[in-house]
Design a protein around this ligand. Structure first.
Ligand SMILES: [Zn+2]
Length: 57
């Protein structure tokens, strides 16, 4: 018997946590638990920063 079921994909793939972006103060969700110790960046700011200093990687 082949177990095949459609749907339900990605429903609980990742736990998202509500956070506030340290850069633009926008509410965003991050796939990790914000510790409050380090700054949180939304997708936009994160990619912006990554582009900014992409010497190594
Ligand atoms: Zn931001």
């Amino acid at each position: 018997m082949v177990f095949r079921q459609g749907g339900g994909y990605g429903e609980r793939s990742r736990e998202m946590h509500k956070a506030t972006c340290s850069e633009c103060k926008k509410e965003c969700e991050v796939p990790f638990k914000p510790s409050g110790d380090r700054p949180i960046y939304c997708k936009e700011c994160f990619s912006k920063r990554r582009n900014k200093n992409s010497n190594k990687w």
